[in-house]
Design a protein around this ligand. Structure first.
Ligand SMILES: *Cc1c(COP(=O)(O)O)cnc(C)c1O
Length: 358
């Protein structure tokens, strides 16, 4: 049976990428060796790294002045590395608090230096994106989270600010056209929208580095990773390779512009059904709804039939629909690799459920 994978993370990857990745584990580049058992300094792997570093920038429309590195430790390590590398010992960082991930980033920054929260939506359980707020002009940087994976909210526009902007794009990188040059640093854990867990993409404008007045531990220093061409130490070779294949898949099919149309279509279809269907309702401010993660709950009509709904989704091959353990309900994650047909399959079940029990 075909499985429709709505998992929030690690999330769905293109079938052809998985196939090629599996092949490379057995026989990489016709070397009769596994990708997993060759030197990362071999020509074959250096090509992978160089291509991946260049393609990430290309897909974001970024040019000279920016450097791409792939590091371990997940997006969570970036919560610490960002302030460690950018927050001056006598400086101040600003954060937009739009969810659990943003809150965790704030917690780390506070351990490193002065940190202010410029705006927060915690008052309404992160169900909206704060809009009108002042950004102090003396910040070393402003940190935002473009897509809030757990709550299903997304920044549709980015703040206009004179200070450096840093963005956690873990769950919507390469999903829509953005002006990436507005950011001095972008990071994304691979496992939501670009590859397996284990590697984090960091793209940084080199000119902002080296200004904190702090001596940095090598492994936590962006400059060290850049100087080492993202191979200061053994990089996570497999996640980087799969991320490269996913980026190539995206480029060959028409790039971010192509996927944005599909992502809009999927989100429009599903939200229309959530709004129409008597059994379900959305949980966040309509204008802030995420195109990547759609959260919804049962209305009073539906509530006593949750078990039946779960049975029906399971029978239709729908997987990964449970909401985050902190928020409950349902969450349909519609990352780049999720086909429109999967959304249509979910909608069909929602309709059948309504017909049966409303
Ligand atoms: C999943 C996620 C993280 C955490 O990623 P890890 O790789 O598990 O550290 C951080 N930020 C966002 C927006 C996420 O979706």
């Amino acid at each position: 049976m075909k499985v429709h994978n709505f998992s929030a993370g690690p999330g769905i990857l293109p079938q052809e990428v998985l196939k090629k990745s599996a092949e490379a584990v057995l026989n990489f580049d016709n070397l009769n060796l596994s990708l997993l058992e060759i030197s990362h300094r071999s020509k074959n792997f250096i090509n992978v790294m160089e291509e991946a570093r260049a393609l990430a920038k290309e897909l974001l429309g970024l040019g000279d002045g920016y450097q791409t590195i792939f590091v371990g430790g997940g997006a969570s390590l970036q919560f610490a590395m960002v302030p460690y590398n950018l927050l001056k010992t006598d400086g101040k960082a600003g954060y937009l608090n739009t969810g659990v991930w943003a809150s965790k980033a704030i917690k780390e920054a506070k351990l490193i230096g002065e940190t202010v929260v410029v705006a927060s939506s915690e008052d309404k359980n992160f169900s909206y994106i704060p809009k009108k707020y002042a950004i102090p002009s003396n910040l070393d940087y402003l940190h935002i989270t473009s897509n809030n994976t757990i709550y299903g909210t997304q920044l549709k526009t980015f703040p206009i600010t004179p200070v450096s902007m840093v963005c956690d794009m873990s769950s919507d990188i390469f999903s829509r056209k953005i002006d990436a040059s507005k950011f001095d640093l972008i990071y994304a854990g691979a496992q939501k929208n670009m590859g397996p867990a284990g590697s984090t993409l960091v793209i940084v404008k080199e000119s902002i580095l080296g200004k904190t007045g702090r001596k940095l531990l090598s492994m936590l220093d962006y400059s060290v990773h850049i100087k080492g061409e993202s191979m200061y130490n053994t990089p996570p070779v497999f996640p980087i390779y799969v991320s490269l294949l996913t980026m190539k898949w995206l480029k060959e099919n028409g790039g971010v512009e192509w996927i944005e149309k599909i992502n809009n279509k999927k989100a429009n279809l599903l939200y229309a059904e959530i709004d129409r269907n008597l059994m379900f309702k959305g949980t966040v401010e309509v204008e802030d709804r995420s195109n990547m993660n759609a959260n919804f709950v049962m209305t009073d009509n539906g509530k006593s039939h949750e078990v039946e709904f779960e049975k029906m989704t399971k029978e239709a091959g729908i997987s990964g629909l449970n909401g985050h353990r902190d928020v409950g309900g349902y969450r349909a994650s519609m990352y780049n690799a999720l086909p429109v047909e999967s959304v249509e399959a979910l909608i069909e079940v929602m309709k059948a459920f309504e017909q049966k029990f409303a």
